[in-house]
Design a protein around this ligand. Structure first.
Ligand SMILES: [Fe+2]
Length: 289
């Protein structure tokens, strides 16, 4: 049932792409950093931001949200780099650039786009935390954050299609107790993960990203470990927003997955608190952006 039907996935992506607003150039530059994480590339990104007055204003507003900045005002991008570090600043810019896609009111799968975006941000923060604490040292924190931030981008892509077929997905989920991905497969012949994975491949992102996104609902299919990371991080975000502790949530998690990427339930459980605090900070600045 979950075999990738590439023709169908491509057909759906091609239709949706015509309707997808273009991402700002800085977003692609940020994504290209995943292939070239040098300090020079970081400087280029800062330069691009500086030439975009609107984006600079949004970034500074976001950095000055009390929960992010602490007690002193951040007055310039240089200030922001000094106070937050490049990595954090680039994460904020990435969230601003891609957050604009998550603004439509109605979503075929029942979760409103804002809730989906909140879930994506919390998942991305959890992913960075878990990647850092994984006993397998193969994960890049920046790749983990980005892949997880964009893991459900396929839901936004599918939503653009606005065809009557989409309206059948939610009722099918309820009627048969299916996951979103299972219902999408039944109705569309592919799912949001496959569609987003293909788009990320077309954007020439590294295989860890497009495979991780493509297989995040069926992580056994991906050998890079990033699908495992996205899967677990997304579960952490779901636990956080449902107010459930990891100990209570654990039964729903596939048992072999944490072990496969060098994590324990103890480590995962410890990330919920810092991530939920971090996610509130990011939510706060996205609201002022
Ligand atoms: Fe998903």
């Amino acid at each position: 049932m979950f075999d990738s039907n590439l023709d169908r996935t491509q057909e759906i992506l091609d239709k949706a792409k015509e309707l997808l607003p273009p991402a700002p150039p800085v977003a692609f530059k940020l994504l290209s950093l995943l292939r070239d994480p040098s300090a020079q590339a970081n400087d280029e990104v800062l330069e691009i931001i500086q030439f975009d007055a609107n984006l600079t204003a949004q970034v500074l507003k976001s950095c000055n949200t009390a929960l992010v900045r602490g007690s002193e005002t951040i007055a310039s991008l240089d200030d922001a780099v000094n106070r937050l570090g490049y990595q954090r600043l680039l994460e904020i810019v990435m969230a601003i650039c891609f957050g604009k896609y998550f603004q439509r009111r109605k979503c075929y799968h029942g979760m409103d786009p804002y809730a989906l975006w909140r879930h994506s941000i919390a998942s991305a923060l959890a992913s960075r935390y878990l990647a850092y604490h994984s006993k397998h040292s193969k994960f890049s924190l920046q790749t983990a954050f980005t892949a997880t931030l964009l893991h459900d981008f396929g839901k936004i892509i599918l939503n653009l299609l606005d065809t009557p077929e989409l309206d059948l997905i939610r009722p099918l989920m309820i009627e048969k107790g299916l996951s979103c991905s299972e219902a999408e497969f039944e109705i569309l012949g592919t799912d949001h993960a496959k569609v987003a994975g293909l788009l990320m491949k077309e954007w020439e992102l590294p295989p860890e990203i497009y495979q991780g996104i493509r297989d995040h609902n069926h992580p056994d299919l991906d050998e890079t470990g990033y699908a495992d990371l996205i899967y677990l991080s997304s579960q952490c975000a779901t636990a956080i927003f449902s107010g459930t502790s990891w100990a209570e949530y654990i039964q729903t998690v596939e048992v072999h997955i944490p072990h496969r990427i060098g994590l324990t339930h103890e480590i995962i459980g410890k990330c919920l608190d810092p991530v939920s605090k971090d996610a509130s900070a990011i939510e706060a600045y996205l609201m002022v952006a």
